[in-house]
Design a binder for this molecule. Structure first.
Ligand code: MN
Ligand code: MN
Length: 301
C-alpha cells in the first residue's frame, strides 16, 4: 500500500531494507566482545547485507567511548574491542531506499547512559505523526535525557532519508526547538538521540575513513582516475577507504579531495572526551503516527 506520496514499491523497499538491517544488527551485536576485532564485526555485517541482495547505505560505523559518529575500521585494522561503550550503526538500502539504525553495546557499566538514549528514542517515536513539528520531537528527546541527568549531543541530529540519499531534510534535533518544520505523511526519517555525560557537543577528530563522491569530473593522475571509477559504483552514498581495491588508494583519495570530487567525514568525538551512547530507528510517518521499519533491535520495540 502506498503511504501519502510514497509509492507502493518504495514502501516495500523501505520495509525490506529495515528487515535486512534488523537481521544483520541482531547477529553483528552478538559478536561484539572484548578481544574481537572491530574489522571482523564490520566485515561480517557488510557481507551479510550484500548476501541478502541489499546494498550498504554507508559503511558500518563502530564508535568507541567518546566517538559519536563517522568511525569505521581502516584497512587491515587490528583494533580489538575492550571494556568500552560501543555504538554500532548500520545503513542498508534496497533499490536506494534506506534503513538506518543504531544500538549501543556497553562494557563500561554505564547502563543508564545507554537507557537514556533508548528511552529518548522511544519517547520521540511516540510523539511522531503528521503535523507534528520536529522541534516537539526534539523536546521529547531532551526531556528524557535530562531526566537521567545526562546531556543530549546537541550538534548531531536525526535526518530524512530519500532514495540514494542517506541524509536529507527534515533535520530532527536532539533538543527542543521552537517553530520548526512539520512532519508529513510519507516522510521517512531516522531519529537518533545521543546521550553523554560530557558537554553535549562533538567536534571533528583526526581520523577519516569515510568518504562520499560530491561531483563528477576528471583527474589527470592515473591512479586517482582508477579510484574514481571504483567510487562511481557507490551511487553517491558514503563509502569506506578500506572498500577500495589495492592498499595504495590513500594518495588517490587525497587527490580526489583536493579536486573537490569527494568529501571526507572525519570521526566526530565528544568535546570533553566523555562517553556517548546512541539509539536510532528509521520510520515512515503515517496517518496514525508512524511505522518503524527497523523495529526489533531495541528493548522497547
Ligand atoms: Mn545511523
Ligand atoms: Mn542516521
Amino acid at each position: 500500500m502506498s503511504i501519502g506520496p510514497l509509492a507502493e514499491d518504495a514502501v516495500d523497499s523501505y520495509r525490506e531494507a529495515g528487515e535486512i538491517l534488523v537481521e544483520t544488527m541482531t547477529e553483528a551485536r552478538k559478536m561484539i566482545e572484548p578481544g574481537v576485532t572491530q574489522l571482523e564485526v564490520a566485515e561480517y555485517a557488510e557481507d551479510a547485507i550484500h548476501e541478502s541482495g541489499a546494498g550498504l547505505a554507508f559503511p558500518v560505523n563502530i564508535s568507541i567511548d567518546e566517538e559519536a559518529s563517522h568511525a569505521t575500521p581502516a584497512r587491515d585494522d587490528d583494533t580489538v574491542f575492550g571494556d568500552e561503550m560501543v555504538c554500532l550503526d548500520i545503513g542498508v538500502h534496497v533499490e536506494g531506499y534506506i534503513a538506518d539504525a543504531a544500538v549501543t553495546v556497553d562494557f563500561t557499566d554505564n547502563t543508564e547512559l545507554v537507557e537514556a538514549s533508548e528511552q529518548a528514542l522511544e519517547a520521540a517515536i511516540a510523539a511522531v505523526g503528521p503535523g507534528v513539528e520536529v522541534g516537539a520531537v526534539g523536546a521529547e528527546i531532551e526531556s528524557v535525557i535530562d531526566g537521567y541527568g545526562y546531556t543530549p549531543v546537541l550538534n548531531l541530529s536525526g535526518h530524512g532519508v530519500e532514495q540514494y540519499d542517506a541524509h536529507t531534510g527534515p533535520n530532527i534535533p536532539n533538543r527542543a526547538v521552537e517553530r520548526s518544520v512539520e512532519l508529513e505523511i510519507g516522510d521517512v526519517v531516522a531519529i537518533e538521540p545521543f546521550a553523554t555525560d560530557g558537554s553535549g557537543k562533538v567536534r571533528e577528530g583526526a581520523t577519516e575513513e569515510i568518504y562520499e563522491q560530491v561531483a563528477e569530473g576528471n583527474v589527470r593522475d592515473r591512479r586517482a582516475r582508477n579510484v574514481l571509477e571504483e567510487i562511481e559504483a557507490f551511487d553517491d552514498l558514503p563509502f569506506a577507504a578500506r572498500w577500495l581495491e589495492g592498499s595504495r588508494s590513500e594518495m588517490a583519495l587525497r587527490r580526489l579531495k583536493r579536486a573537490n570530487l569527494i568529501k571526507g567525514y572525519p570521526v566526530l568525538k565528544e568535546d570533553d572526551g566523555q562517553l556517548v551512547s546512541q539509539a536510532e530507528h528509521t520510520l515512515i510517518v503515517t496517518e496514525g503516527g508512524c511505522e518503524v521499519t527497523t523495529a526489533g533491535i531495541h528493548r522497547f520495540d
